[in-house]
Design a binder for this molecule. Structure first.
Ligand SMILES: [Zn+2]
Length: 428
């Protein structure tokens, strides 16, 4: 399988199955409901995991939750609540909203606040190596001491903008690993440099190592994280002698009116709002239609169109069509194996729908968490018959149950008994 690597700027071949493929993806900072753009890396990397597993890989996906951050302090002050309380509540919102996408969860979702001792230990190591220095209770990374700095983003270190200006830095390019507690901050941890809390970048270096050890196959996240966040992660981890990530995968940004969706621009549409308005299937089909590395435009028209596509798949299972020749599963696999080309895969799903190839369609939709379209709620009458049949079975009236099965089949549905009860599948 080929996947584009931001570091070497080319498609690279993944090791053969079963791998393993250890994936670390930067998750959200929790201080408000996540926006629809934040849902993209969550969806894309869970899909990639599902595809790799389908191909026989052993995959472990870690996606962190940033629960200490300047944004959280600021939002908590505005709401007149504690920052830890806000972070805990916003974490629940995040879990709730992403759960509703129906894709299952990453294997591990570590919290920054649960990784403090590993973070402090890593900073101490960087100080000993001369790559970091204490200044006024803060600790900064010494960018000039890491010659590879800038390789990922391709920027010339001398032309890089200062990261968070501060008089405490030796060099404006240096970035904070540890920040001394400020008067308005209501959480802090003890450290060799006094009370404080970690900077943002160090948590991912520490969490990736805590979950995977010193190296792993794939690091993912939004393209907006390539600089400075991921550049800084590499400086921290490789500076401390770890090989770190082999491949860097950056998903394209979601745009609203040609602009990146961000709190500072005030053009936020929350995942919750989109779920409530269009439902999870429309969201998944919407993201399928764009290549994961390309920007994607958000609009009501785009969501309506995606909803229409989802509906057309649903209809394919309701109306039995004559089976015609269509592209094979191998074509589908080839599209995904070439840099995970979901728009090409979506085109094949439509081809199978039109050709009445429900076997292939079902398998393909299931991969992207869209099996629900296949479970296409049967009409109310049919569900009523199935309920009646379940009762008959419970009460041991098996002749009645058989009769009801026949009536359900006459309506064009097949009833299957499963652990949770029954499942209705359109007859093909
Ligand atoms: Zn990160």
């Amino acid at each position: 399988m080929l996947l584009y690597d931001s570091l070497t700027r080319q498609k690279v071949e993944l090791p053969p199955p079963p791998g393993p493929i250890r994936m670390y993806v930067c998750g959200p900072t929790v201080y408000q409901r996540i926006h629809i753009g934040n849902a993209r890396p969550y969806i894309v990397f869970l899909w990639l995991k599902r595809w790799l597993e389908e191909q026989g890989y052993e995959v472990k996906l870690v996606e962190n939750i940033t629960d200490i951050n300047d944004k959280i302090y600021a939002a908590a002050a505005q709401r007149k609540t504690g920052s830890a309380e806000l972070a805990a509540e916003a974490t629940r919102w995040y879990i709730e909203d992403t759960d509703d996408l129906g894709l299952e969860r990453p294997d591990v979702e570590p919290l920054a606040t649960e990784t403090i001792s590993e973070i402090v230990a890593l900073i101490e190591e960087l100080v000993v190596r001369g790559l970091a220095y204490e200044s006024g209770g803060d600790v900064y990374y010494r960018v000039a001491a890491f010659p590879d700095y800038g390789r990922l983003s391709g920027a010339d270190p001398d032309e890089m903008v200062a990261q968070e200006p501060s008089d405490l830095k030796e060099d404006p390019r240096d970035f904070a690993l540890w920040k001394a507690t400020k008067a308005h901050e209501d959480t802090s941890w003890d450290s060799p440099w006094g009370k404080g809390r970690p900077g943002w970048h160090i948590e991912c270096s520490a969490m990736a190592e805590k979950c995977f050890g010193p190296e792993f196959e794939l690091h993912g996240g939004g393209l907006d994280l390539r600089f400075p966040h991921h550049e800084n992660e590499i400086a921290q981890s490789q500076g401390a002698g770890r090989p770190f990530a082999h491949l860097w995968a950056h998903n394209g940004m979601l745009q609203l009116d040609q602009e990146k969706m961000s709190k500072s621009l005030g053009n936020i549409v929350s995942l919750r709002e989109v779920l409530d308005q269009y439902g999870p299937e429309a969201i998944l089909v919407y993201f399928l239609g764009a290549h994961w590395r390309s920007p994607i435009d958000y609009s009501d028209e785009a969501m309506e169109a995606a909803k229409g596509h989802a509906e057309s798949f649903r209809n394919a299972f309701r109306v039995a069509a004559e089976r015609k020749d269509a592209a094979s599963w191998e074509n589908f696999a080839a599209a995904l194996d070439d840099d995970f080309n979901t728009p090409a895969a979506l085109a094949l799903l439509h081809e199978w729908r039109a050709a009445g190839r429900l076997d292939l369609l079902s398998r393909g939709l299931g991969l992207f968490g869209l099996s629900v379209l296949e479970a296409a709620e049967a009409p109310r009458e049919v569900r009523g018959l199935a309920d009646e049949r379940a009762r008959a079975r419970e009460e041991g009236r098996f002749d009645d149950a058989d009769n009801l099965r026949g009536r359900i089949e006459d309506e064009g549905w097949e009833v299957q008994d499963v652990a949770e009860g029954y499942r209705l599948i359109p007859r093909t």
